[in-house]
Ligand binder design. Structure first.
Ligand code: THG
Length: 271
């Protein structure tokens, strides 16, 4: 499972505060902790700063990139903020996100062709987030084709079927899982991703719902997740599910996790 650390999101009060204070030290520390916990990308969303977003991207993308060993996931609804991030990011970030909306495609496809980032493609279009899994697949196919035509390899494309809150529509998680399975079957080689916590908006026991949803997604073959890697119960659910599903290297990782828990300060050596 490819993990995208979600903590540096300006919807969180502590992150918004740090961005406003221009506290690069705090932001970098959050990024490092997520990398240490296993995140392969660090999501950075500064959108809640509104007019200040692009300035924050220009300041913190270089700072974070110089202090961590993994690329960023540039997360914004604003194409200009994404472009600012792409221009300043060394190596290949994850562009979060493009979608089937015509305005997004017009603004972002040229940037994809120019920078060749890895890309999260949201399965929604000008009509919104589909309810029917067949419609999600249709959008996924179209986006997969457009991104391939811009020079991306399938493994650089993360298709996100977008889960809606289960409190709004009890069928939403099931529809997401069905869309996920159809995409996995129809578009082999492409990757799939989920932002788990959308499923639990407005509900109690959100972390329980999020981690149970992760297990269901794993069973259908989910490749990547945007999550909080510092959530130990979530990471336990991930580790045990991957071991039980026989994913490559997962039993060994599960055993390592159990050993680390017993002796958190002294990691056993490999002899
Ligand atoms: N798909 C893609 N990108 C995404 C999402 C997605 N980016 C944003 C979001 N969904 C995933 N990221 C986050 C980041 C932080 C939080 C949730 C999702 C978070 N939420 C707090 C909580 O759940 O308790 C509430 C925020 C607060 O502190 O007020 O921290 O689906 N491609």
């Amino acid at each position: 499972m490819i993990l995208v650390g979600e903590r540096l999101n300006s919807t969180r009060a502590d992150v918004l505060d740090a961005l406003r204070r221009r506290d690069g030290k705090w932001l970098l520390e959050q990024a490092r902790r997520q990398e240490e916990a296993g995140a392969q990308f660090i999501d950075l969303n500064c959108a809640a700063l509104l007019d200040g977003e692009i300035g924050a991207v220009r300041e913190f993308v270089p700072l974070l990139c110089s202090g961590i060993g993994v690329p960023l996931s540039l997360d914004s609804p604003n194409a200009l903020a994404l472009e600012a991030g792409l221009r300043l990011h060394p190596g290949r970030p994850l562009l979060n996100s493009i979608s089937g909306e015509s305005k997004k495609l017009a603004a972002l496809l040229p940037l994809v062709a120019e920078f060749k980032p890895r890309v999260i493609a949201l399965c929604l279009d000008d009509a919104g987030i589909p309810r029917r899994p067949e419609k999600s697949l249709e959008i996924a196919r179209r986006l997969a084709g457009l991104l391939r035509d811009r020079g991306l390899a399938p493994e650089d494309v993360f298709l996100d079927p977008l889960v809606r809150p289960v409190g709004v529509d009890p069928a939403s998680a099931r529809q997401f899982l069905d869309a996920l399975e159809m995409i996995k079957t129809d578009l082999p080689g492409f990757r799939t991703i989920a932002g788990l916590s959308n499923v639990s908006f407005g509900m109690p026991s959100r972390r329980l719902l999020n981690r149970t949803f992760l297990v269901l997604c794993l069973e259908r073959g989910l490749d990547a997740a945007i999550l909080d890697p510092l959530d130990e119960e979530l990471m336990d659910a991930l580790s045990s599910s991957e071991a039980l599903l026989g994913r490559e290297g997962a039993v060994r990782s599960f055993l390592q996790r159990a050993r680390d828990r017993k002796s958190p300060s002294s990691r056993p050596d490999r002899s």
